[in-house]
Design a protein around this ligand. Structure first.
Ligand code: ZN
Length: 560
């Protein structure tokens, strides 16, 4: 605060006390303004109205769902950078608000299949479930294996020990199985022993995993709902897989884990009944006959089909680019110590002709960061610049596997060692089913994992000012939702930077085209953003930088 400002305040206050206004209620206002702390004064600038103003732009159809590398994302980037400039943030990447990063897009370029003398057409006669690698398959014979079901794996007991794998040697073979599950003639499932179906009936992945565990090299599944599956698959493939570079994580998996998963994968090929009948022709049998046979004998059926099969997938890779947006307010006393406030501004784009606007995910966090930035900028203008530097960063590529934050932490603009913490906001505009009656809450994840001081500062800020219910339900690292690993703060945490993840939990509109602005609770959004603001204010202005005192490292629970 500069001296002139103080003097002026005293003069105005004295005049007020002496004036008749003092006795007409003017005094209360003047008094409360005097005791109000600066952080309270500027937290008030984070308003539901302002948040709505920005979100009405970013979550509108014009922004096309902000998919990474696409037009809508670029447009959103421009909007955010312009806002950072207008409110008075300095560009944080030298003279630039953008940190550009390369993105590798890979998509199948050609997928071909030949069986017997016939050539088949991708998406018409067959499809391959997302595989992510090039593939070349060649075989002289295919093994038919009933429905591809076995009680030999845990939790899949069959009612009468029906087992397609009983005497089969599938090692290195391509197997052909029927979709669904065997039924008796009176419509009783041979798997459950009732009219109800088991998971095997619809879960092709279970059949694929089983074939893989038995050593098969690929699985062909006769899909009676071929057209429905194609539709879902097309929707998925409209959104291409993206990576920063070879070996970098994608879709929220660590690189190691993903590589392991990918190596384990075998191709799952869905085929039409017609394609299956072609393949079975040399045996003079049809899908219909086979079903009947199993149904009457109640026994599995397996045989070798001496028919050659060739299949090839060639992927095409392209390198494009995306950008993180960084604005900052330089610290007055410890300018090398940097506090990050982050949110991802990308979302899922357009699928099946529908715009996924991602108002909550993570439009809410993005406008939260913009609002917090504005409050700090106004504070600076009034003489309350933070002692430590604050960087406001909105990242892209989150929905593709935390790409933007991965790139930033691998190529940091401010040394990681000087990065005090990351306060990450991902979805703060809604409430979930657990909080229908007490929506004034926020889930906190990770606050105590690296620095106990950070956890305490956030607790105190909330107890003093925002008084939300702090819910730590998802803070347990073994929680099956694995939220700790699923947003951008995780890339900071991996580098040892203390983090807090602010989150409202998932709801029915999560990752759907119905995640719309009309459903956002702006008063809740503003309140939660204020909590982040108060926490950041303390972190930026306290005497000592918070320390990282939690030493035991817990890794992501590994699946076998
Ligand atoms: Zn998100």
């Amino acid at each position: 605060m500069d001296i002139n400002f103080k003097k002026k305040t005293i003069v105005i206050y004295s005049l007020l006390v002496l004036s008749p206004l003092f006795w007409k209620g003017g005094a209360d206002e003047a008094f409360s303004q005097k005791i109000e702390s600066p952080e309270m004064r500027f937290a008030k600038l984070i308003t539901p109205e302002d948040a709505k103003k920005h979100l009405s732009v970013l979550a509108s159809d014009e922004y096309e769902g902000r998919e990474t590398c696409m037009k809508g994302q670029k447009k959103a980037a421009k909007y955010i950078a312009e806002n950072f400039k207008n409110i008075g943030l300095q560009p944080a990447n030298n003279k630039n608000y953008f940190q550009k990063f390369p993105v590798m897009i890979s998509a199948p370029d050609s997928v071909t299949m030949k069986a017997g003398k016939n050539k088949y057409q991708n998406f018409k006669d067959f499809y391959v479930s997302p595989y992510g690698r090039d593939l070349k398959l060649e075989t002289k014979s295919i093994l038919f294996l009933g429905y591809g079901i076995s009680p030999q794996i845990e939790g899949t007991d069959t009612f009468n020990q029906y087992d397609d794998y009983k005497n089969a040697d599938v090692k290195n073979k391509i197997v052909l199985v029927l979709g669904g599950e065997p039924m008796s003639e009176d419509s009783v499932s041979l798997i459950t022993g009732t009219k109800e179906l088991s998971d095997w009936a619809t879960n092709f992945q279970m059949k694929t995993n089983l074939a893989k565990s038995k050593g098969a090299s690929a699985i062909l599944i006769v899909n009676a709902n071929f057209d429905g599956s194609i539709k879902a698959l097309r929707r998925f493939q409209e959104s291409p897989a993206m990576k920063i570079e070879k070996g970098s994580p994608s879709r929220n998996m660590s690189a190691d884990k993903e590589n392991k998963e990918e190596r384990k994968k075998i191709p799952q090929i869905g085929i039409t009944i017609q394609t299956a009948n072609d393949i079975l022709a040399s045996k003079n049998i049809t899908v219909e006959n086979l079903k009947k046979k199993i149904s009457t004998t109640k026994q599995s059926l397996s045989f070798e089909i001496k028919s050659p099969l060739e299949m090839e997938i060639i992927n095409k890779e392209d390198t494009v680019s995306s950008e993180n947006i960084l604005g900052m307010i330089e610290g007055t006393k410890f300018k090398d110590e940097v506090i990050f406030i982050t949110a991802h501004y990308d979302h899922l784009g357009i699928r099946d002709g529908k715009v996924f606007n991602g108002a909550d995910d993570d439009g809410s966090g993005t406008v939260g960061v913009m609002e917090i930035a504005n409050a700090f900028a106004r504070a600076k203008e009034a003489g309350f610049a933070p002692k430590r530097t604050i960087v406001f960063m909105t990242v892209s590529g989150e929905e593709k596997g935390l790409l933007g934050s991965y790139y930033y932490t691998a190529n940091p603009i401010f040394p990681i060692a000087n990065t005090v913490c990351d306060l990450n906001i991902d979805m703060i505009g809604r409430f979930d089913d657990n909080h229908k009656k007490d929506s004034a809450y926020v889930y906190l994840i990770g606050s105590d994992k690296i620095s106990t001081e950070l956890h305490q500062i956030n607790e105190t800020a909330n107890a003093t000012y925002t008084k939300l219910k702090l819910d730590y339900k998802y803070n347990d690292l073994s929680d099956p939702n694995r939220f700790y690993y699923r947003s951008d703060h995780y890339n900071f945490a991996k580098k040892g930077v203390p983090i807090i993840f602010y989150f409202n939990g998932v709801h029915d509109d999560y990752h759907k085209e119905t995640d719309e602005i009309s459903k956002i609770k702006f008063d809740l959004l503003a309140k939660r953003a204020q909590l982040v603001f108060y926490t950041a204010w303390e972190l930026a202005n306290r005497k000592n930088r918070i320390v990282s005192d939690v030493t035991e490292k817990e890794d992501a629970p590994q699946e076998k």
